[in-house]
Design a protein around this ligand. Structure first.
Ligand SMILES: *[C@@H]1O[C@H](CO)[C@@H](O)[C@H](O)[C@H]1NC(C)=O
Ligand SMILES: *[C@@H]1O[C@H](CO)[C@@H](O)[C@H](O)[C@H]1NC(C)=O
Length: 344
């Protein structure tokens, strides 16, 4: 730190000195009555020898300092240069601004030997970046480990909950299909874990469901893929990679809850609205928040969508966390207006 700062200070002083000299030179010549215009002053007026000498000395010092800085960079001097492939990729495709906010992680992620196996810590690094909003990640030119696909067993509870009615908060798929006034062909399951909803909707309705999921602590993406379903490795704050009005159903599972900052949640809900077709369904499945916030914040927020309430069930969250914070669960099935309201 000390050496780097010392050099920087020297450079700064040298530059200031040069500028003062130039200014002095300019001032002394503008006072010269024989000068006709500003542009010719510098070229024709004589510069005192002692000033010229000082100027040369200062320039030489700057050149020397700059050379020694670039030839001998120390760890404290400046951050290491970005990895080669990051620079190459950044020229091809723009990188999300959130990526640049985490240069240390980004450089580690992009630091690899091209055309060789990727470093072993790639997945945790990738998820750290994705969760910080660096998505899509820059592409890389290394070989990712590709484990042989194996069928991962789905936690049975997810299936059971989606098939049977255990509490008012549940919405079994057969009931969902009956409540829907039009066929569900294409859907999005936000934070869909192992893909239970996608699996059931394929079986019961021949529907295609995209499941967004991260791998936090469990190979959720592999579990979804192993059933021949589509896992989207995307964080909650990411714009859904689907065109406007393309989907019949969007479900927000338990991952969508009061831990999401309110503005982020509002953007998420409006993005769900964007991808839903007119008459499509938004299903908030076991959304939890403090009881007071449901009436104060979340009901009004959901209300701003102007959706019809097909189901609205609220119950106390009775686990340890729920009791401690006075939380409630909300399960809501909401329908986007079939015809968009006309602007007045
Ligand atoms: C799903 O599609 C297959 C083949 O078209 C058809 O035989 C089956 O009845 C469909 N199932 C449902 C639940 O729509
Ligand atoms: C839910 O919790 C609140 C506050 O803890 C309590 O007043 C209320 O009776 C509970 N409701 C039910 C249905 O248990």
């Amino acid at each position: 730190m000390g050496v780097g700062m010392g050099l920087n200070l020297l450079l700064l002083l040298a530059m200031v000195a040069t500028n003062i000299l130039s200014l002095y030179h300019l001032l002394s010549t503008t006072r010269n009555p024989s000068a006709t215009s500003q542009t010719t002053i510098v070229d024709h007026s004589p510069v005192p020898d002692h000033l010229l000498h000082q100027l040369h000395t200062i320039r030489a010092t700057i050149t020397h300092l700059t050379r020694s800085r670039s030839s001998k960079p120390t760890a404290e001097d400046a951050p290491p240069p970005p990895p080669e492939d990051l620079l190459l990729y950044a020229r091809i495709s723009p990188i999300a601004s959130a990526c640049s906010d985490h240069p240390e992680l980004l450089h580690r992620y992009m630091n690899y030997t091209p055309f060789h196996p990727c470093p072993p810590d790639s997945l945790p690094l990738a998820e750290s970046l994705i969760l910080r909003g660096c998505h899509p990640l820059p592409r890389r030119r290394c070989f990712s480990p590709s484990p042989i696909p194996k069928t991962l067993t789905d936690p049975i509870s997810d299936f059971t909950r989606l098939l049977s009615f255990g509490s008012a908060l549940d919405l079994p798929i057969p009931q969902l299909l009956r409540l829907s006034t039009s066929p569900i062909r294409l859907a999005l399951d936000i934070g869909g874990g192992t893909g239970a909803l996608a699996s059931l909707l394929r079986r019961l309705a021949n529907a295609t469901v995209l499941t967004t999921t991260m791998n936090l602590g469990y190979p959720y993406n592999e579990a979804v893929a192993s059933q021949g379903l589509v896992p989207l490795h995307a964080p909650l704050q990411q714009r859904f990679p689907v065109h406007d009005g393309a989907l019949d159903l969007v479900r927000a599972g338990r991952a969508v809850n009061r831990w999401i900052p309110t503005p982020s949640l509002e953007f998420l809900l409006f993005d769900a609205d964007r991808v839903l077709r007119a008459g499509g369904l938004l299903w908030m499945d076991h959304f939890f928040c403090r009881a007071g916030d449901l009436t104060g914040i979340y009901s009004p927020m959901i209300g701003r969508l102007g959706y019809k309430r097909i189901k609205w069930a609220v119950e106390n969250k009775t686990d340890a966390g729920g009791l401690r914070y006075g939380e409630v669960y909300l399960t809501a099935l909401l329908q986007k207006p079939p015809i968009l309201p006309t602007k007045v």
